[in-house]
Write a protein that binds this ligand. Structure first.
Ligand code: CA
Length: 229
């Protein structure tokens, strides 16, 4: 169940929002001041927070700043009544995930909430039936097949999983630890060196010039990165 925290001081709006989200099957909690909202927001139990800006005691900007300062990464949608607040939202260093201008329709807000949740929860997992293409290589995740210039490359299951993991995290540096946890599994003990060995093998199979990798690049001291085409 999705838990939503609504921080809004105007009773009519707050109650309407509570009803809307309850009707949509959310678990709803709310606060009517900035301080109460901050206190609740600090609890790591919410999937999303709706945060009004004009609030008593502490305004929405301060609440947002404080939450982010304390490492709360819960997605936050700001509710704003004034268009001049939007620039401020966009300019925030620890930004909100989205904002919506009052008056808004419940439907619009629902859509925004869903979009933010989708974005946050979206694992860059590629659908198992899809193919991924880069350079002259085609990876078929369903057939567990990898082709280079039309020729099948023999990859071990582990190499395939490793490649899939890298592709799913393309453009992002992934550490050896993370690769070990996610490809080998947390229960399996492998030396970081093992990751390097498999990366080397994988490069030999897919890179034109393994010594000058174009796709799976090393990021010194940090890990590896798959460059997206
Ligand atoms: Ca308000």
């Amino acid at each position: 169940m999705t838990r939503i925290l609504i921080i809004e001081d105007e009773k009519a709006i707050r109650m309407a929002l509570e009803d809307d989200f309850l009707a949509e099957g959310y678990e709803v909690d709310s606060a009517n001041t900035g301080t109460a909202g901050l206190k609740k927001g600090l609890e790591p139990i919410y999937d999303i927070i709706l945060l009004d800006i004009m609030l008593p005691e502490m305004d929405g900007f301060e609440v947002l700043k404080e939450l982010r300062k304390r490492n709360v990464r819960t997605p936050i949608i700001m509710l704003t009544a004034k268009s001049q607040e939007i620039d401020k939202i966009l300019g925030l260093e620890f930004g909100a995930d989205d904002y919506i201008t009052k008056p808004f329709s419940p439907r619009e807000l629902q859509a925004r909430v869903k979009a933010v949740l989708r974005r946050v929860n979206e694992k860059p997992e590629i659908s198992s039936e899809s193919q991924f293409l880069f350079g002259d290589i085609t990876v078929d995740f369903q057939k567990y097949e990898c082709l280079k210039a039309g020729e099948i490359i023999q990859l071990t299951t582990l190499e395939f999983d490793l490649l899939k993991f890298l592709i799913n995290h393309k453009g992002v540096v992934v550490s050896r630890d993370r690769i070990m946890d996610e490809v080998w599994g947390k229960e399996v003990f492998v030396a970081p060196r093992t990751v390097d060995t498999h990366i080397l093998n994988l490069r030999k199979k897919i890179e034109d010039n393994p010594a000058q990798a174009k796709w799976i690049i090393s990021v010194r001291g940090r890990g590896y990165k798959f460059l997206s085409s």
